[in-house]
Design a protein around this ligand. Structure first.
Ligand SMILES: CSC[C@H]1O[C@H](OP(=O)(O)O)[C@H](O)[C@@H]1O
Length: 356
């Protein structure tokens, strides 16, 4: 077991306790480590909406626990009330953020478990719902490690890698998706130099990725998003690795805003562009990138990012949180089952994914 991956170099993003779900408040990182104790699904939903917990896998896991929080204290005698509350809680959580398919995937998986166990006494059914949420969390940790392993043949000692946003341990149960190979490379003694885009407007790259990698002792340089092309032109980047919020059936990828620009730049510079994609982020029910809902967030994230106005009052603002990178700009998609390459339609159809 690698020492880095057996002990996380940063606080864990979420943990289940008898009190409830504890979520690391990622809005306060990197300067403050504090947890929100969620005893109700409403608190979980608010944490997802406000990015206290964020990252496609992490919000799916949080929502699964939120579903359990919604029914755990209901009377074991009111079957109708149980099912009405379960469905209503799932609908509330599902509406928290639209782009990351992990949210829907996790809720549907817990609901399927409940439906499968429908004839059990409610007390047992509640336990099974909690167990399903815990299984999703534990499986995420295992599959992220595997993604890290599957990436290694694509990387080499001494290379420069560009990342965007945060697809690290803070975005998942433990090790991250796009950052998992970097932790494993460090463990192998490779000297990989990481360039982390700060990722405006919410700065997940500077606040979270730079923090994670620095804590792990990995060589990381923080850059502004508009410097990525220059770094490629200077020959500093030998690969781009990013996460994903949703991979469509044809291989188009939704990820943090700015990802598409990096893919175009990487193509122009003949630099491999890799997606780290756990299969819960792959959605065969979404035919192409055109069908992926893109979240638009509050203008204040852009106009008041540093707790002061950085734009004239009343100015028009457009704040899409994600963009879509077409499959033809993606060199490979690395999943826990292995590396898939174009043509993606067939390769994705062949993946053993959980059917929603
Ligand atoms: C493995 S995390 C995937 C994905 O989620 C992030 O978005 P957000 O911080 O808004 O939740 C970012 O797009 C990551 O690449």
């Amino acid at each position: 077991m690698s020492t880095i991956l057996s002990q996380l170099p940063h606080p864990v993003s979420l943990r289940w306790t008898e009190e409830g779900l504890q979520l690391l408040d990622q809005r306060r990182l990197p300067l403050e480590t504090s947890y929100i104790t969620c005893r109700s699904p409403q608190v979980v939903r608010d944490a997802i909406v406000t990015l206290a917990v964020r990252g496609a896998p992490a919000i799916g896991i949080a929502a699964a626990y939120g579903l359990y929080l919604g029914i755990r204290h209901l009377p074991d005698t009111d079957t109708d009330g149980f099912w009405q509350t379960l469905q209503r809680t799932a609908a509330d959580l599902r509406s928290a953020r639209p782009t990351a398919v992990n949210l829907v995937w996790a809720l549907d998986r817990v609901l399927l478990r409940a439906e499968t166990d429908r004839n059990l006494p409610l007390s047992q059914l509640k336990t099974h719902i909690l167990e399903e949420a815990q299984a999703i969390q534990q499986e995420d940790a295992a599959l992220c490690r595997q993604i890290g392993e599957n990436f290694l043949p694509l990387l080499h000692d001494g290379m420069g890698i560009l990342t965007h946003c945060n697809a690290g341990g803070l975005a998942t149960a433990a090790y991250g998706t796009a950052l998992a190979p970097l932790y494993l490379a460090k463990e192998k003694g490779w000297n990989i130099h990481v360039y982390a885009d700060e990722t405006r407007p919410v700065l997940q790259g500077s606040r979270l990725t730079a923090y994670e990698l620095q804590q792990a002792g990995i060589d990381v340089t923080l850059i502004c998003d508009n410097m990525a092309g220059h770094m490629m032109q200077q020959g500093k980047i030998q690969a781009v690795i990013v996460g994903t919020d949703r991979v469509a059936a044809n291989g188009d990828v939704a990820n943090k805003i700015g990802t598409y620009s990096l893919a175009v730049l990487a193509k122009a510079h003949h630099i491999p562009f890799y997606i780290a994609a756990p299969t819960p982020s792959i959605d065969r029910n979404t035919p192409t990138g055109d069908d992926i809902p893109i979240e638009e967030r509050d203008a204040a994230e852009i106009t008041h990012g540093w707790n002061t106005a950085t734009a004239p009052p009343g100015v028009n603002v457009y704040n899409p949180a994600f963009d879509v990178t077409p499959a033809n700009l993606i060199t490979a998609i690395v999943t826990e089952y292995g590396v898939i390459k174009p043509p993606y339609l067939e390769a994705i159809a062949a993946l053993p994914t959980f059917k929603r």
